[in-house]
Design a protein around this ligand. Structure first.
Ligand code: ZN
Length: 286
């Protein structure tokens, strides 16, 4: 119009500029930044992740193991009360018991600056946002995905051995850490659904709640209610073993006392559930 070489941008043009989609490289930079953040910080405590004190859920997210413990203690027994933001964040994780997380076991090595860094014990690569990493359930050992792939020998159903501790595992239980690929996320969702259907948790330990329900349904079918308290196939010994398994991996006294508290609380909850179920016995489930 004015033909003066300049032009006042119209509103539509301004809006278009503001709503401009980020370029691929901008997206990549942002994604890498948030991935680095997720590798470095616990979303529950907002504190840096300690390699000796890290846990992961079925989605491959990383948390401070201690923060998980703290969040699992009922609010009434924590002082001061947990901040609301932390409670909301914890609710989003879907973690209900210690069985819903696996404590990770990172190999450490000193980097050029003398800092201890998480590393793959096979390839010695530093583990973090730049290296796709996986961990093995239930032992929790962490490896670079590439190194683990090289060791892959047979089909997905074959039992394999953890290169670090020789614990056996199947391909399904190799969990990508902080996966960004949608297909990987879908696979993890499918895995946890399958485990739930089997009455298992992310850590492959029995989900007591669902086991009870299932057993109760079976009893109903048979029409016998009396043996409700009998534990099948020595689940009592399993409980003991898992308790030892957890404590033996705990290296600082603060975490140990927290773990004891959480385990006591879980036991208490199971007891309460038993009592409630006792009352309900004879009534239809749900
Ligand atoms: Zn292992």
């Amino acid at each position: 119009m004015g033909n003066d070489g300049g032009s006042i941008p119209k509103r539509r043009e301004l809006v278009r500029e503001a709503a401009r989609l980020p370029t691929t490289s901008e997206l990549k930079a942002t994604a890498l930044e948030s991935l680095s953040h997720a590798w470095a910080m616990c979303p529950l405590s907002d504190a840096p992740l300690d390699p000796a004190n890290t846990a992961s859920d079925w989605r491959g997210r990383l948390y401070s193991y201690e923060a998980i413990l703290q969040c699992l203690i009922p609010p009434s027994s924590t002082e001061p009360a947990r901040p609301e933001a932390q409670q909301a964040e914890f609710a989003r994780t879907g973690v209900k018991t210690l069985k819903d997380v696996v404590k990770l076991r990172f190999a450490l090595r000193s980097d050029e600056k003398g800092r201890e860094a998480r590393a793959c014990p096979i390839s010695l690569k530093e583990l973090g946002a730049a290296t796709r990493s996986v961990y093995v359930v239930p032992c929790g050992h962490v490896f670079a995905e590439a190194a683990m792939k090289e060791l892959e020998v047979a089909g997905p159903e074959t039992e394999r051995q953890c290169p670090e501790c020789s614990a056996t595992f199947v391909e399904r239980d190799v969990i990508p850490i902080l996966p960004t690929d949608e297909a990987e996320v879908d696979k993890l969702a499918k895995r946890i659904d399958e485990l739930k259907a089997l009455g298992l948790t992310h850590s492959l330990k029995k989900d007591k709640g669902s086991g009870k329900k299932k057993r109760k349904a079976e009893e109903k079918e048979k029409g016998t209610n009396e043996d409700a308290r009998r534990e099948p196939d020595g689940s009592r010994t399993e409980k003991k073993a898992s308790k030892n398994g957890i404590s033996s991996r705990i290296n600082n006294p603060m975490t140990a006392s927290l773990t004891a508290k959480v385990l006591a609380e879980q036991e208490e909850r199971t007891k309460r559930r038993k009592i409630i179920e006792g009352h309900r016995r004879g009534e239809p489930v749900r």
